[in-house]
Design a protein around this ligand. Structure first.
Ligand code: FA5
Length: 346
């Protein structure tokens, strides 16, 4: 009788085990067939009350079944665990583990703005030109109406390379602005010219919230017949409108650069104080973003372009000042401090 009961129990247990598909179900199966209140345990506990002969037979078979069920339980457990583990040769990969966060790289804020600036000016018909970061004194100063000892050189605190006047070595420097590219382009091509030159520039100056010793400029140059100040103003106002929107105030006023006549500077109202004056804008209410003007006739003459026939305008935009104004960044030095907490916001 009891032996029949045991056989039924064994076959039921193995049938039910076949249906188990996860660890929760497996635990329920264990409790049902091997737990303290299971029929098998009850039978084992009641062995003492059976006649000796039957006790031996039932005891042996019950223990045999118990062992089989325990082995099957272990096998099933392993089988379920292996189901969630993918084997890759020697390496095991648990696909149920949470994934590691994957940091996507991105373009530096300056690169993003450079691309945007070049996109806007490219849309107006300007083509990209390039020049070297390590430049001759001639292109950075002399050809731009700043011969040796010209006081305007002081406007561009310079990092010199191999500068030994007496040795006869031609003085080299890290370019202090992108304007030398104007000369390089005009030496090689004839009007009509319409180029922009994006790139790094370097100045030997103390840094503060709006001044870095290395920053970026985008130079612009247009030379053709009948180019006037109105063309310059129209181009720069449209550029500022595209970048900052029509509601931002834009100031256009006289400035001095030896290589243009007349010279102007363009400033945007300070984002921090709204124009009332603060630490960031040096209490002026404005942040200057570019210098510009009509190309000086002597500069045109030097590259064999007749100023009686042709005229031109040029501008030099300070790239970092744009995101400074747009995103309300209160210190330009954050750009190149390599702090991902800052950079990954853009
Ligand atoms: C120049 O560099 C002239 N080459 C611009 C120019 C080009 C005038 C063509 C006329 C014709 P300036 O030194 O003002 O000018 O610099 C131009 C812009 O660069 C400034 O308006 C400002 O936005 C930015 N800039 C200047 N110095 C720094 C600095 N230290 N850090 C960050 N941006 C600067």
């Amino acid at each position: 009788m009891v032996l029949n009961q045991l056989e039924e129990l064994a076959s039921k247990a193995s049938e039910e085990l076949g249906k188990v598909s996860d660890s929760k179900e497996l635990e329920a199966w264990r409790v049902r067939f091997l737990g303290r209140k299971s029929n098998l345990t009850q039978i084992l506990r009641s062995l003492a009350s059976l006649p000796l002969e039957e006790r031996r037979a039932v005891g042996a078979r019950a223990n045999e079944i118990k062992l089989t069920l325990e082995t099957s339980l272990e096998e099933k457990k392993r089988e379920l665990e292996e189901g969630s583990v993918v084997s890759l040769g020697m390496v095991s990969l648990d696909v149920t583990l949470p994934g590691k966060p994957f940091n996507l790289g991105r373009l530096h804020l300056t690169t993003q703005v450079l691309e945007e600036v070049c996109g806007i000016l490219g849309g107006m018909g300007f083509q990209v030109a390039e020049g070297p970061d390590v430049e001759w004194d001639y292109y950075n100063f002399e050809a731009l109406n700043m011969p040796a000892d010209h006081p305007a050189r002081d406007m561009f605190a310079t990092l010199w390379i191999d500068y030994e006047k007496e040795s006869g070595i031609r003085p080299m420097l890290l370019r202090t602005h992108t304007s030398p590219v104007q000369i390089r382009v005009m030496e090689k091509s004839r009007p009509p010219i319409r180029i922009i030159a994006p790139g790094r520039v370097y100045r030997y100056e103390a840094t503060d919230a709006t001044h870095e010793w290395m920053f970026h400029q985008v130079e612009g140059l247009a030379v053709d017949k009948n180019i006037t100040m109105a063309d310059l103003k129209g181009t720069l106002f449209e550029f500022a409108r595209c970048l900052f929107g029509k509601d931002r105030k834009c100031r256009f006023r006289c400035d001095y650069f030896p290589f243009v006549e007349p010279g102007v500077e363009v400033a945007i109202d300070c984002f921090e104080c709204g124009g009332t004056g603060c630490r960031l804008c040096g209490n002026s209410g404005w942040i200057e973003i570019l210098g510009a003007g009509m190309v000086h006739p002597d500069v045109l003459r030097r590259v064999n372009i007749d100023p009686d026939v042709y005229s031109g305008f040029a501008f030099g935009i300070g790239v970092e000042r744009i995101p400074l104004l747009r995103y309300g960044i209160d210190d330009i030095r954050l750009f190149y401090a390599n702090d991902l907490r800052f950079l990954s916001q853009f």
